[in-house]
Design a protein around this ligand. Structure first.
Ligand code: ZN
Length: 82
């Protein structure tokens, strides 16, 4: 029996197989996310990229602060362990 439907792992909707892009590694030879989710994901990525290139200074500031935050969290955790 052919399987014509597949559940999207992202939006959890059951869609017909033609709503999924082909993928060699995916189940039934299809991508795990539907075309709609893939499109949304791509436009979000594009937006992030665009934002980062337009806000380089802010981006590096955020990255730096994030790294410091992670470091502090690790130090705190180690303190608790000792
Ligand atoms: Zn989806």
């Amino acid at each position: 029996m052919d399987i014509f439907f597949k559940k999207c792992c992202s939006c959890k909707e059951t869609r017909t197989l033609d709503m999924f892009h082909n993928s060699k590694n995916g189940k039934y030879g299809k991508h795990h996310c539907c075309k709609i989710c893939r499109k949304n994901e791509n436009s979000r990525k594009e937006y992030c990229k665009k934002w980062a290139s337009e806000n380089k200074e802010l981006k590096s500031k955020i990255d730096r602060e994030y790294r410091i935050k992670i470091k502090l969290e690790i130090i705190e955790k180690q303190k608790k362990l000792n």
